[in-house]
Design a protein around this ligand. Structure first.
Ligand code: 1HE
Length: 256
């Protein structure tokens, strides 16, 4: 499927979603956010993992600032809630999402990347929250997700000063899980996505749905929930095949 600013294709059960607005550094306007939302609400059947990328030199320059001027408080709340819906759908839609990052991963671009489960940077990547410099605030879930990755203290400093972290800094802070040579992040992301797509789907699903929720629970509820997740995943055919393959010293059957 393809529109002027968004397209996706499927390769070996991996959907490759490309934001295609490089002339505006993949800034997220309302139309693009709506397209992302409809994809992530209803991803193609049989897809087991998603690679999310931005075309050109930059992953995403965040909010389209040209659309943001002259909005009333009510409109900004509605806009922010709309962004949060999309980011939630990326994070909790049920499919693992691998994000390819190059150049600017800025403002709402960092909020989008932080919703993904695996983040691959290349050496050109930089991270910034320039909201303070623009006189605005994060609105796409960054105060919840980015602060949990790097800590509230560091996020506050990042927003106050508008500092840029480079790719190595990002790796150290957890904004990236991998940092590869410039121009190669997509290939690394595809390798990872194919590997993830060959895991048992219910096991992937539980990682995505349960771990974040368990973190937000009291320890005793978290431990019980962990046992329930273990019971659900370990009693499936997929799990039996994965365990048997290990014990029989053979690769698991791939089309599980
Ligand atoms: C844009 C945007 C944008 C570029 N909205 N049009 N985000 C920011 O504050 C980031 C603002 N952008 C930048 O800092 C730079 O553009 C970049 C570092 C990302 C890239 O620099 P560069 O030199 O490659 O490109 P450029 O020349 O600055 O921009 C190229 C074009 O993209 C230009 O348009 P043109 O018509 O003059 O060619 C820019 O205006 C346009 N462009 N970024 C609109 N963001 C839900 S709350 C989330 C809050 C936020 O995300 S705040 C962060 C906003």
């Amino acid at each position: 499927m393809s529109t002027a600013t968004f397209n996706f294709e499927i390769e070996q059960r991996v959907a490759i979603v490309t934001i295609n607005r490089s002339e505006k550094r993949n800034a997220l306007n309302d139309a693009l956010v709506a397209e992302l939302n409809s994809f992530f609400v209803n991803p193609p059947k049989d897809v087991r993992a998603i690679v999310l990328r931005g075309q050109g030199q930059h992953f995403c320059a965040g909010l389209d600032l040209s659309e943001h001027v002259n909005r009333s408080p009510e409109e900004v709340i509605a806009h922010s809630r709309g962004w949060q819906r999309v980011m939630n759908q990326v994070q909790l839609g049920g499919l693992p999402v691998v994000c390819v990052m190059q150049g600017a991963v800025v403002g709402g671009g960092l909020e989008l990347a932080a919703s993904a489960h695996v983040r691959v940077a290349d050496t050109s990547t930089f991270f910034q929250l320039p909201e303070g410099q623009r006189g605005i605030f994060v609105g796409g879930g960054g105060s919840v997700r980015i602060s949990r990755i790097i800590g509230v203290d560091r996020m506050t400093e990042m927003m106050l000063t508008g500092r840029k972290y480079d790719a190595e800094d990002g790796l150290r802070l957890g904004l990236a899980h991998y940092c590869v040579e410039s121009g190669t992040a997509f290939y690394k992301a595809m390798d990872l996505a194919r590997q993830i797509a060959s895991n048992a789907p219910l096991s992937n699903y539980m990682m995505i749905q349960a771990l974040g929720r368990i973190r937000d629970m009291a320890p005793s509820e978290g431990l019980f929930t962990e046992s329930l997740c273990a019971a659900l995943t370990q009693s499936t055919e997929e799990a039996q095949e994965g365990l048997a393959a290990f014990l029989e010293k053979r690769p698991p059957r791939v089309d599980r």
